[in-house]
Structure formats: C-alpha cells, structure tokens
Write a protein of this length. Structure first.
Length: 93
C-alpha cells in the first residue's frame, strides 16, 4: 500500500474574446480560439508535460511508493483534446 497519495486539480478555462456592446446581435462567438490555442500550448510546453514526465520518473524511481490522482475539469479535457492531445496521453502514462 502506498504511503502517500497526491491529488492534483487541473483546470484550464476558455479564453474569452473582447466583446463590446457594439458586437451585440452581430457576433455570438464568445471564445477566443486563437488565445485558447496559444495559452494551452504554452501551458502544455512549460507546465503539464514537464511536470507529468517528472512525476512518472519519480513513480518509477520509488517503485510505486506513492500514487497520484488527477481531477481534470471538462473544459481542460476539451481544450487538451482539441489543441494538445499529447498532454492527455501524459496523464494516462
């Protein structure tokens, strides 16, 4: 039985585009897809992939003496699936 279990909460919000009063009735797209992609790819490169790689190395090094659990929000799952599926794979490893 592992001596320690770490639980991480993972959330990535949708990035909203600038929406002014003049856009009302003309455009119903609230999310900024370009910023979503840019923000998520940056987070994947600088945070998620290195952290998950480190955690996997530590689990292997200490032969399962501790466990990890991830609580991943629906928006994070949607964004990972759309822009960075390699991050989802890194959580499954």
């Amino acid at each position: 039985m592992p001596a320690l279990c770490l639980c991480f909460e993972v959330h990535e919000p949708y990035q909203l585009r600038r929406y002014t009063v003049f856009d009302m009735g003309q455009n119903s797209l609230y999310e900024d897809d370009d910023r979503n992609c840019e923000t998520l790819l940056r987070a994947a490169r600088l945070c998620y992939l290195p952290a998950n790689e480190l955690m996997l190395r530590l689990i292997r090094r200490y032969k399962g003496a501790f466990r990890l659990a991830f609580s991943i929000s629906g928006t994070a799952l949607d964004l990972f699936e759309q822009y960075a599926p390699e991050v989802l794979d890194s959580f499954k490893a």
